[in-house]
Ligand binder design. Structure first.
Ligand code: ATP
Ligand code: MG
Length: 577
C-alpha cells in the first residue's frame, strides 16, 4: 500500500538573518574570501551524533547551501584511543539521513598528519615551539591557574637543534608515551589559559583506525583544528562557544605559519531539557546497559531518533526554529516534540490499532459474515486516499474505553450506552461477561444499528464517543513499545548531593505491550514507516525487531503534550512564593 507523501512548508518560513549570516554576507560584500563560502562539519569519531550535532550540521551545510558554497565532512581523528570506524560509518549514515550531502569532500585530520608534522618542524626552526620533558602533572602545575601566572619549564629554552633532534626521535618511536611533548612557545602569563604554551604533539604508541601504526606521535585538537581548516580552504569556521577562548591560539598558529586564515565564528551549543547531550554520558548509558544501544529510541542520538520514528524534516525544522545565538541557553524538549508532531500530523496516515484489547461480540451481527468499511487515511483530506477495514461479529476495542461503572461525563462504552465505532457503525452495550475466578471483564456484548453502517448516525441522534477498533479474526498481532522521556528531571545532571545523574532516569521511559492488535492493512507496513494510530499517538515500524507479519511498533510521540499538562499541574499545586 502506498503511503501518501506530503511536504510541509515549515522549513521555508522567512526569518530575519542571524549573526552568522550577517557575517558571511559582509564577507561576500567585501570580497574577503574572493566571494567563496566554504564550511565544514568536524565530528570526532568517538561516538554517535546527537541532536546537538544536528544543530551544527544544519548550520554548516545550511550556510554552504544558502550561499552557493561547499561544506566538507572532516573527521577530527587525532585521538587514536577513543576513535573507531563504527563511529565513522554511523556519522556518515546520520548526516545523509538528515538530508545533507558532502559529495566527494570527505576528509580526515589524519590525512594531514604529514603536513602537520612539517609545520611543527617549521615552528621549531622559527623558535616558536619546543620539546618539553616535564610530566603531564608537572606541566599542569607549571601552567598555573587563573590566579597564578604560569612558570617556564626548565626545558623551554632548548636550542633549535636540540628541539629538532628530540622531536624527530619522538616521531621515530625512541621514547615511551608521556616522555616528551611538543609545546608552542606562546605566553605563560596570558589570562587565557589556552595560550600558556599549549601542547601541540604528544607521544602515543597506539594503532590508529586509518593510519595504523605509521605514527606514534599525534597532534592535539588545538594544534590540528585550525590548520586542517586552513588546508581545506575553509572560509567560515563555525564552532561552538567553548572554542571562543581557543581562537587567539588558532590565530597565533596560522599567522606564524603564514597560511590561509579562515574566519571563526562561535555559536551557542544546543542544550535540551530532560536530555543529556554529552558523548561521555551517552556512552555511559550504553555501556551500563541503561539503554539497548546508541540507537535505543530513547536516546537523543540521530540513530535513536530515527529508530523512534522521528522524521529528519522535523529535526531540520526544529533546528531552524531555535535559531543560532551567542549565548548558551536551554531549549525545552517540548519544542522538539512539537516539531515532530507538526510534521507527522501533516504526513502520517491515520490507521487503527488496539493496544490493550478487550473482546466485543456484536450479538446481532451474523456469524461468519465480514464486510469492508471504507476508512480514509485522513479525516478531512480525501487526497490521502483510503483503505478497507474488515468488520465482523467479534472485535477488539481498547480496554480503557469500557467502564462497567462509569464516572460522570463518560462518553465511551458502558452498560446500556451507545458509542460510534470509527467508520463502522453505532453500537450499544447490552451485557458484560466476567472471568468467574477474578471478576475481570473478559468480554462485552453489544448490538449494532445496521442503519448506521459506515459510522453515520441514521436519524441524527447524538453519540458523543467514537472508539477505534479492529476485527478480531483479521487483526494482526503486534508488539508496541511506548517510549517516554528518558529522564524525569529537567536538568538530569542537577542532582542532590551524593546522588548520581543516573538517579534522574525515568523508570517509566519504556513500556512494552505485547498482544496488541493492529488493522490488517499494517501487516506489510514497511520498517521505518510512520503512522498515526487514531486517538493514541504517532508510531513507526521498528527497523530492527520487526518480522514479516509480526510488526513491532515504536511510539514516537503522543498526540498531545502530556508532560506540559503534568508540569502545569505541578506548578499549580506548588505553594506560592
Ligand atoms: P566532545 O565533548 O567529545 O568534544 P562534541 O560533542 O564536541 O564532543 P564533536 O564530534 O567534537 O563532539 O562535535 C562536532 C561538532 O559538533 C563540533 O563542531 C561541535 O562544536 C558541534 N557540537 C557538538 N555538540 C553540540 C551541541 N550540543 N550543539 C551544537 N553543536 C554541537
Ligand atoms: Mg568536540
Amino acid at each position: 500500500m502506498d503511503k501518501p507523501a506530503r511536504e510541509n512548508g515549515q522549513e521555508t518560513e522567512a526569518r530575519p538573518a542571524h549573526f552568522i549570516e550577517e557575517a558571511i554576507e559582509e564577507d561576500l560584500r567585501t570580497g574577503r574570501f574572493g566571494g567563496r563560502v566554504a564550511t565544514r562539519f568536524p565530528p570526532e569519531p568517538n561516538g554517535y551524533l546527537h541532536i546537538g550535532h544536528a544543530k551544527a550540521i544544519c548550520l554548516d551545510f545550511g550556510m554552504a547551501q544558502k550561499y552557493g558554497g561547499t561544506c566538507n565532512l572532516r573527521f577530527d581523528d587525532t585521538n587514536p584511543g577513543a576513535e573507531d570506524v563504527e563511529y565513522v560509518e554511523s556519522i556518515k549514515e546520520d548526516i545523509r539521513w538528515l538530508g545533507f550531502d558532502w559529495g566527494d569532500r570527505e576528509y580526515y585530520a589524519s590525512d594531514y598528519f604529514d603536513q602537520l608534522y612539517e609545520w611543527a618542524e617549521q615552528l621549531i626552526r622559527d623558535g616558536h615551539a619546543y620539546v618539553d620533558s616535564l610530566s603531564e602533572d608537572e606541566i599542569r602545575e607549571y601552567r598555573g591557574n587563573y590566579y597564578r601566572k604560569g612558570r617556564e619549564s626548565p626545558y623551554r629554552n632548548r636550542s633549535v637543534a636540540e628541539n629538532l633532534d628530540l622531536f624527530r626521535r619522538m616521531r621515530a618511536g625512541e621514547f615511551p608515551d608521556g616522555a616528551h611533548v611538543l609545546r608552542a612557545k606562546m605566553d605563560l602569563e596570558s589570562q587565557n589559559m589556552n595560550l600558556r604554551d599549549p601542547v601541540m604533539v604528544r607521544i602515543r604508541h597506539a594503532t590508529h583506525h586509518r593510519t595504523g601504526d605509521r605514527w606514534c606521535v599525534y597532534p592535539t585538537y588545538d594544534w590540528a583544528h585550525g590548520q586542517c581548516d586552513s588546508i581545506e580552504g575553509i572560509t567560515h569556521s563555525l564552532c561552538t562557544l567553548e572554542f571562543e577562548n581557543h581562537r587567539p591560539l588558532y590565530d597565533w598558529f596560522l599567522d606564524r605559519l603564514g597560511v590561509h586564515h579562515p574566519r571563526q565564528i562561535e555559536f551557542a551549543r544546543l542544550n535540551l531539557t530532560y536530555t543529556v547531550l554529552s558523548k561521555r554520558r551517552l556512552a555511559e548509558l550504553v555501556q551500563e546497559g541503561v539503554v539497548s544501544g546508541w540507537d535505543d529510541p530513547r536516546m537523543p542520538t540521530l540513530a535513536g531518533l530515527r529508530r523512534r520514528g522521528v522524521p529528519p524534516e522535523a529535526i531540520r525544522a526544529f533546528c531552524d526554529r531555535i535559531g543560532v545565538a551567542k549565548n548558551d541557553s536551554i531549549v525545552d524538549v517540548g519544542l522538539l516534540e512539537h516539531a515532530i508532531r507538526e510534521h507527522l500530523n501533516a504526513t502520517a496516515p491515520r490507521v487503527m490499532a488496539v493496544l490493550r484489547p478487550l473482546r466485543v461480540v456484536i450479538e446481532n451481527y451474523p456469524e461468519g459474515q465480514v464486510e469492508e468499511m471504507d476508512a480514509p487515511f485522513h479525516p478531512e483530506d480525501p487526497s490521502w486516499g483510503s483503505r478497507k477495514v474488515p468488520f465482523s461479529r467479534v472485535l477488539y476495542i481498547e480496554r480503557d474505553d469500557f467502564r462497567e461503572d462509569p464516572p460522570p461525563k463518560w462518553h465511551r462504552l458502558a452498560p446500556g450506552r451507545e458509542v460510534r465505532l470509527r467508520y463502522a457503525c453505532l453500537m450499544r452495550c447490552t451485557g458484560v461477561t466476567h472471568d468467574p475466578a477474578t471478576g475481570e471483564v473478559v468480554e462485552v456484548r453489544c448490538q449494532w444499528d445496521e442503519a448506521s453502517r459506515g459510522g453515520h448516525s441514521p436519524d441524527g441522534r447524538r453519540v458523543k464517543g467514537t472508539l477505534h477498533w479492529v476485527s478480531a479474526a483479521h487483526a494482526v498481532e503486534a508488539e508496541v513499545r511506548l517510549y517516554d522521556r528518558l529522564f524525569n528531571r529537567a536538568d538530569p545532571t542537577d542532582v542532590p548531593e551524593g546522588a548520581s545523574w543516573l538517579d534522574s532516569l525515568n523508570p517509566e521511559s519504556l513500556t512494552v505491550l505485547t498482544g496488541c492488535r493492529v488493522e490488517p492493512s499494517l501487516a506489510g507496513a514497511a520498517p521505518g514507516s510512520r503512522w498515526q494510530f487514531e486517538r493514541l499517538g504517532y508510531f513507526c515500524v521498528d527497523t530492527k525487531d520487526s518480522a514479516p507479519g509480526r510488526p513491532v511498533f515504536n511510539r514516537t510521540v503522543t498526540l498531545k503534550d502530556t508532560w506540559a499538562r503534568i508540569e502545569r499541574a505541578m506548578t499549580a499545586a506548588a505553594p506560592e512564593g
